[in-house]
Design a protein around this ligand. Sequence first.
Ligand code: COA
Length: 154
Amino acid sequence: MNWLPMTPADLDAVVAVEQSAYTHPWTRGQFADSLAAGYDAWLVREQEELIGYYLVMPVLDEVHLLNLTVAPAHQGKGHGHALLRHMLGVARLADAQSVWLEVRQSNERALRLYLQHGFERVGQRRDYYLVGHGRREMALVLRRLLAQDERALD
Ligand SMILES: CC(C)(COP(=O)(O)OP(=O)(O)OC[C@H]1O[C@@H](n2cnc3c(N)ncnc32)[C@H](O)[C@@H]1OP(=O)(O)O)[C@@H](O)C(=O)NCCC(=O)NCCS
């Protein structure tokens, strides 16, 4: 497994995985803008194949997890755990006090993963995500504190 910073040269592969993993995927432009803005983005490859990636935006002493995705063919094998552990390590290196994210209320798999890594539910945003046919669903807002005494959690 190779951990690599995401670069514009990766975007064909990233967008292909993104489109296969979500009903409402990020666009190529959203990834390109995030990289241009200097957000931290990492991916993991096995041989040449893209297994997964994540992207975080630092805001003062917070880190916001904007996207975390495992390619469908490789889900359920522990890569989500590995991406989250790596992301929390990057957040600590940046001396962040907390990590924030939003997750669809219906995304039980991701929610369970985040709760296992010490995230807690701290809020919600009604009608945040598109579902289709003009309907929307709630986002749950999760936070993971990175205070010194919580570091043992990982
Ligand atoms: C959510 C996602 C990142 C998890 O990655 P993954 O590699 O499949 O997950 P892992 O194999 O590391 O398993 C991590 C945890 O996810 C949860 N999980 C995995 N498969 C699950 C399933 N079928 N049902 C319920 N929970 C599941 C479990 O909590 C699991 O931990 P455990 O096996 O130790 O109990 C991945 O499924 C994904 O990319 N989904 C589509 C995109 C997405 O929803 N991203 C998150 C947006 S906020």
